[in-house]
Design a protein around this ligand. Sequence first.
Ligand SMILES: Nc1ncnc2c1ncn2[C@@H]1O[C@H](COP(=O)(O)OP(=O)(O)OP(=O)(O)O)[C@@H](O)[C@H]1O
Ligand SMILES: [Mg+2]
Length: 457
Amino acid sequence: MDDRQVAKWADDIVFSETGKHLDHIQQSILRGTWQRQKYPEIAKNCNRSSPHIRKEASKLWKLLSQTLGEDINQSNFRPTVERWQFSIVSSHFGDYAQVGKFKVCGNSPQSQQTPNSENSNQETSSKTKLQLRIDLGDAPEPTLFYNRTSELSTLENWILGRTRLITILGLSGIGKTALTLQLIPQIQHEFDRIIWRSLRNSPPLASLQTDLIQFFSQQQETELPYLIDYLRSHRCLIILDDIQTIFSSGQLAGNYQPGYENYGAFFKQITESSHNSCLILLSWEKPREIAALEGENRPCKSLQLNGLGTEAQEIFREKGLAEPEKWLELIDLYRGNPLWLNIVATMIQDLFGGSVSEFLSYDTLFLGDLESLLYQQCDRLSESEKQVIFWLASEAAPVEISKISANLELSPSSLLQAVQSLGRRLLIETVKQGEKTLFTLQPVLMEYVKNQCLKFG
Ligand SMILES: Nc1ncnc2c1ncn2[C@@H]1O[C@H](COP(=O)(O)OP(=O)(O)OP(=O)(O)O)[C@@H](O)[C@H]1O
Ligand SMILES: [Mg+2]
């Protein structure tokens, strides 16, 4: 945390307890103290006298001590906050299930008073205030994570720039969930509340909203009528994972299943209403209305997550593969998809004792367990999309759209829609050749589709 985040964090807690924000002088004292400045230096920075700052600081430490239930003063402020921060990050990212129970109320085992342990009570009470803010639901625990610095900084900038709706798009296994879990510790102090929910069981919007309101209303004395009211009254971060489950199978990308169309209006409302909260969607497909809402200067943005680059070699190192000089070739073939690379590395260990060159010596690309993953994604395609990818799989080189059109019995508009939809699912690759845009399938998908053609004729 930096000094600005610490001041905001303290302000949020004081506000939630007293209904009053810290004033400019109080924030300057916290920021200065965090930077290990003495009172005379803080006084100089805010054009006040040193005795005045000393007096204000004494009131501030008293206020914080009462609010946080722990004795806070100039000398212990920074170490105390660092201790809490460490414990909250490690409990969220080390033992989440416990935090999940902890958030609900003050009578969970962790928050009960332990005799003879006043310090631990104080710490627990202070931590409760923090933990009440974050509910990661059934998000998986973060595991090994390589790189993604540029994606993390893009997302952080969007959040700092008050983007209201962010969609992170990518094929299954590319790392959307892992990336977002990495993002949370980086931006958590920007928000008053953070909640993560997976839509894997396709909840109707009404039940999702009830769940979100239940969480947001925990620290609120009066219940507010609508979710948007909570998003206005606090800076909230909602992360919805596995969004693709609310879209129809067998149709173009981003079309809602019957009964789920109201999600579209919800996403639009989040983007267009005035508030400082943020909704992050993780999806295989881009929701239909996002394309119209997003833009560089708009509060709606999408991040297309591509594969890892050279850093994916760490996956192979960890799996103990041989011949590091061949690893980049493997990463390129599997387009840096970390899940695919993990599966392939296991296959290379099991079948070739870790020899990458032996694996690559075959003409065909082995898919193994990847087949079932690809099936899940390709099974969702519309008929016109299937026609396009089946035909593209027969072409070794990238082709122009006019060539696809000439070879398929699809009307021009159906063809364009199908190609655009495949792009929204990130299932086709584009290659620039001068002014022209050419289309192709990535090698893994090409192999998969060819296998399907052989199976089903
Ligand atoms: N940057 C990374 N470094 C190392 N491993 C990663 C990275 N990103 C993802 N992984 C690993 O790859 C696997 C797939 O990642 P993740 O579950 O985040 O993908 P996803 O895009 O959310 O997939 P899905 O859409 O199916 O939910 C996980 O085992 C994850 O730990
Ligand atoms: Mg995921």
